[in-house]
Write a protein that binds this ligand. Structure first.
Ligand code: SAH
Ligand code: AVI
Length: 322
């Protein structure tokens, strides 16, 4: 197939091979970088800084929900294994785990993340905090390695932070379906979603005054330069976050100020940018409660309970594999 004639704007990207996926994504219009390239050690550190920015409301809103409802979640689910996808530092997750420990049935915590250093450091900290739990970190990609997750007992999968909003629509459907397929009837899902709200507040969270989000998004080019022998000129790109009203999502792009040809040695690819051409690095979809609950039902999950913070900014959906 001639990839350059593909006009499907960044959706349906082959995820089986990260290099093939990147190659194809860079040939779509707008050119796209899959989000996995954001999270090297520096990217994980920058995301951690984002979570502490005054404008970035999702983290504290989700923390509030967990503080209010974790005891109920532990009791209702009675899970013996808690799994966390895209766990990062598992910082907020401690509130959840504390409640599970008090409830007394949990035996194991299995965090899964692509960012190995962050994952293993978090696992060490958790092993000290929870000496009676088996801490089983899994280095992997949640779009490809769900089979690496532990089985047995009653499982609760936590997918926090609103990371499900970083998938394109068809990828999200495929992911939720694969997740449901990997669970057995009676297993639980706790899914964090950022809710639709006035656009100004959303855009402030993704265009912060300290420029940390700009650095986080731009870091994807530095990762590709370092890991794939590329020569993107980072100074030639400006960060442009857009609100896509049709898709209810923030579209985080880098715009080439001057024409540039970036060579990526590992792909044998020259990426030619015209002046003003944009490169999409990440999306962050915002949800209405009804839409996400319907998507979960389509994937094979049953009755869903939506828990929100007092301001109604963020939602945690608790649902069960039917
Ligand atoms: N759950 C945390 C971190 C969210 S940041 C929170 O709520 O704050 C997103 C996390 O997902 C990062 O730790 C990143 O390394 C991880 N991640 C991104 N893409 C991934 C993938 N394809 N597979 C596994 N982890 C991924
Ligand atoms: C990880 N994910 C939920 C974040 C988000 O809000 O979409 C990533 C992020 N990108 C820029 N700021 C935060």
């Amino acid at each position: 197939m001639d990839h350059d004639t593909n006009r499907r704007t960044g959706t349906s990207i082959d995820r089986d091979d990260p290099l093939a996926e990147l190659d194809r994504a860079l040939r779509t219009r707008p050119r796209t970088i899959p989000p996995r390239w954001l999270y090297d050690d520096r990217g994980s550190e920058l995301f951690d800084r984002i979570t502490r920015l005054p404008e970035y409301y999702p983290t504290e809103a989700e923390r509030e929900i967990l503080a209010t409802h974790s005891a109920m979640i532990a009791e209702v689910s009675g899970a013996t294994t808690v799994i966390e996808l895209g766990s990062g530092t598992s910082d907020k997750t401690r509130t959840l785990l504390d409640a599970f420990v008090v409830h007394g049935e949990i035996e194991r915590f299995a965090p899964l993340d692509v960012s190995e250093a962050t994952l293993l450091f978090a696992a060490e900290v958790l092993a000290e905090r929870y000496p009676d739990l088996v801490i089983e970190p899994v280095v992997g990609d949640f779009t490809r390695h769900l089979a690496r997750l532990p089985s047995g007992g009653t499982r609760l999968v936590a997918f926090l932070g609103g990371t499900v909003g970083n998938f394109y629509t068809d990828e999200r459907r495929a992911f939720l379906g694969a997740l449901a397929d990997g669970l057995v009837a009676g297993d639980w899902l706790l899914l964090g979603v950022d809710l639709i709200k006035p656009i100004d507040r959303i855009m402030d969270a993704y265009d912060d005054s300290q420029g940390v989000t700009d650095a986080f998004i731009r870091n994807a080019l530095a990762v590709i330069n370092r890991d794939l022998g590329a020569n993107f000129d980072l100074g030639n790109f400006e960060y442009v976050p857009l609100w896509d009203a049709r898709e209810h999502r923030v579209d985080m792009r880098l715009r080439a100020c001057d024409p540039e040809t970036a060579h990526i040695a590992a792909l044998g690819l020259d990426v030619v940018f015209e002046a003003g051409e944009e490169l999409r690095v990440e999306i962050s979809t915002k949800f209405s409660p009804g839409d996400i609950v319907a998507e979960l039902a389509d994937a094979g999950f049953g009755d869903a309970e939506l828990l929100t913070d007092a301001a109604g900014d963020f939602g945690l959906v608790l649902t069960r594999r039917t």
